[in-house]
Design a protein around this ligand. Structure first.
Ligand code: 3PG
Length: 209
């Protein structure tokens, strides 16, 4: 079993598409477009009953991609992620119960934080990487800079409001480990099978990463 820090190192410096996909065939096709443009890490949100089948379809078709799950709210989801040996799971908020369950399963969990108190609580639970969510609404880069002083050894995975005009600025922050965003492959394009739009955005973003 790899140490968690080693598993998470695949995420370092990455722009990570956050996906909400409801059809396994769509999932594999969208993952292929994103991988073809240069994405190496994907976050598939668990927002529909079909999400696990979509995840399995992506992993079967593109085993080289690092695919984790997002919108994790329950221990049962962590258990499924651990059974699949997924590289990471992301939750929108910080729950001590979920963090301790993940640690017991050796499942790398990146919980969401919105305040210095939550960052501190995550640190006291032994974590050094947290999701900043919803990043832009919370203060974005100004907040990350403010947190860097007192919480200097914490790293962040901001998401929420990140797009083509600000992702480079986020990735340039010393305490930003990686960023997540749905703008590359929004649910509307996925539903309409508009893969050209997804390809254009992804090629624009990964071509300049
Ligand atoms: C999410 O959980 O939906 C992500 O944080 C993505 O946010 P975005 O849609 O603002 O990119």
């Amino acid at each position: 079993m790899k140490p968690i820090a080693e598993t998470l190192s695949a995420l370092r410096g990455q722009l990570i598409p956050v996906l909400d996909i409801r059809e396994p065939e769509q999932a594999a096709a969208v993952a292929g477009v994103l991988a073809g443009a240069g994405a190496t890490v994907l976050e598939l949100t668990l927002r529909s009953p079909q999400a696990w089948r979509c995840l399995d379809a992506i992993r079967d078709a593109y085993p080289e991609l690092v695919v984790g799950v997002g919108s994790v709210l329950e221990e049962s989801q962590l258990r499924q992620a651990a059974q699949r040996k997924l590289p990471f799971a992301v939750s929108p908020g910080l729950s001590e119960q979920l963090v301790r369950s993940a640690q017991a399963m050796h499942m790398p969990l990146i919980p969401g934080v919105a305040t210095a108190s939550e960052v501190l609580n995550a640190r006291l639970l032994g974590l050094r990487l947290v999701k900043l969510f919803p990043a832009e609404l919370l203060g974005g880069i100004a907040l990350l800079r403010a947190l860097a002083g007192p919480l200097a050894d914490m790293q962040f995975f901001p998401s929420g409001g990140i797009n083509e005009s600000n992702y480079r600025d986020y990735l340039a922050q010393a305490n930003v480990f990686c960023v997540g965003a749905s703008w590359l492959a929004p649910a509307s394009d996925i539903e309409q099978s508009d893969r050209d739009a997804i390809r254009r955005r992804a090629e624009g973003a990964y071509g300049s990463c």
